[in-house]
Write a protein that binds this ligand. Structure first.
Ligand code: ADP
Length: 164
């Protein structure tokens, strides 16, 4: 069984890592898929996000990291995956995830979306919150993979400087 875990990961948080670690135990191979076709300009480049994700999943033997654009179900098919993994935080995630999963089921009946409930410890955590904390020079270390916190902070600072 091959699963894909698509997302923006801009940047990866401990909430994402929890979903990656738990779902990697449920499939033979997990492909973490960094979505490239967002209209909004991301803070981290695709290359940076892939590099960071590869580093923080290096201890997981069955996890690969790739970028993709286009439809998630098309990418899943290219990878031979029959499972899309998504994480669910509070109720606010539900509506969007519900319509996306329903649409993907219409597009590809052979691919299932599997939801993992967030670890309550990370139920409030999002990439945008991490970006905001960094913007105000707060400590992001508790919210991102510890070994990569300095690297993530540096990249966030650099992108904020660019915006100014
Ligand atoms: P997207 O922009 O597609 O929502 P994200 O990278 O923000 O991409 O999230 C990818 C997936 O991970 C989504 O299913 C999202 O709900 C889930 N996710 C994000 N943060 C958390 C968290 N703290 N706990 C559990 N799941 C999460």
């Amino acid at each position: 069984m091959i699963g894909i875990y698509p997302g923006s990961f801009d940047p990866v948080t401990n909430g994402h890592m929890d979903i990656i670690e738990r779902s990697s135990r449920m499939v033979d191979k997990l492909v973490v898929a960094v979505l490239c076709n967002r209209a909004k300009k991301p803070t981290f480049s695709y290359e940076e996000r892939v590099r960071i994700l590869k580093q923080c999943t290096a201890h997981l033997g069955n996890v690969e990291v790739e970028t993709f654009d286009g439809l998630t179900v098309d990418f899943a098919r290219r990878k031979g995956a029959h499972m899309i993994i998504r994480g669910l935080r509070a109720i606010s995630d539900f509506e969007n995830e519900f319509s996306m999963a329903s649409m993907n089921k219409q597009l590809a009946d052979d691919i299932e979306t599997m939801f993992l409930m967030t670890n309550t410890q990370w139920s409030y955590l999002s990439s945008s919150m991490v970006r905001e904390i960094a913007a105000y020079d707060g400590d992001i270390e508790p919210f991102v993979p510890a070994a990569l916190a300095p690297q993530i902070k540096k990249a966030l600072r650099a992108s904020l400087q660019e915006e100014k």
